[in-house]
Design a protein around this ligand. Sequence first.
Ligand code: ADP
Ligand code: ADP
Length: 231
Amino acid sequence: MNKVSLRNVSKVYNVGEKEYRALDHVDLDIEEGKLVVILGPSGAGKSTLLNLIGGMDVPTEGEVIVNGENITGYSENKLSDFRAESVGFIFQFYNILPSLTVKENVELINEIVKNPLDATEALEDVGLLEHINKFPNQLSGGEQQRVSIARAIAKNPALLLCDEPTGALDSQTGVMILKILKKQTTRERGNNTVIIVTHNALIADIADVVIRVKNGKIKSVEENANPANID
Ligand code: ADP
Ligand code: ADP
């Protein structure tokens, strides 16, 4: 089953008189249960693609179908419900609340989420069990990033979108996070789809699918027959 389908999708930004075509007539299908990496140079359209798939932005032209839902004509309210229910986000800005402890930050999941994991389990996954009662300002930058990852994982979303998820992490912690993201795609977790935008070509070695984007177009979609094992 396809988790994500884009049909003839374009995104044009108008700035004054000038038009910027961030995505140019893109067709794309992503199956469920896959770990997908999106590679491409700066300005290629990677973030725009992620924003359209996650319902954070709307296309200028074409259709976006996620989890079998055509979200293209959705109102702002419906898009907001769609994001809360079905999509998890791991972005560079951690988006954790300074007045809540680590554990409380991870427990802060919307009640409409279908299959949440236990907050403690998610924190154990990211190696933060011993820090659960700390406040964010008592953590290092890498630990704060892991809190936001634990929160996204605890939601156990059908679709998990990540923008440079290992950016602030040393390589050992980065590998740990990639293992966790891979685990999200297993049957046990519900065949979730994980899409990672990155400049890190190493991440492509463990992906099931590698998508290359350039100048607003999909240059290639490659299935990785033998993804590197990082267990
Ligand atoms: P990437 O994530 O691959 O670096 P983006 O999707 O952020 O690329 O951007 C693709 C293109 O669209 C770039 O040329 C960028 O300048 C342009 N762009 C992105 N967002 C906007 C915006 N809000 N207004 C104008 N142009 C934008
Ligand atoms: P890093 O090398 O990842 O930047 P730090 O040197 O900032 O880490 O922190 C090392 C350890 O000290 C971390 O486990 C962090 O949680 C803890 N720590 C940092 N600041 C505080 C603080 N204000 N209160 C309690 N623990 C802290």
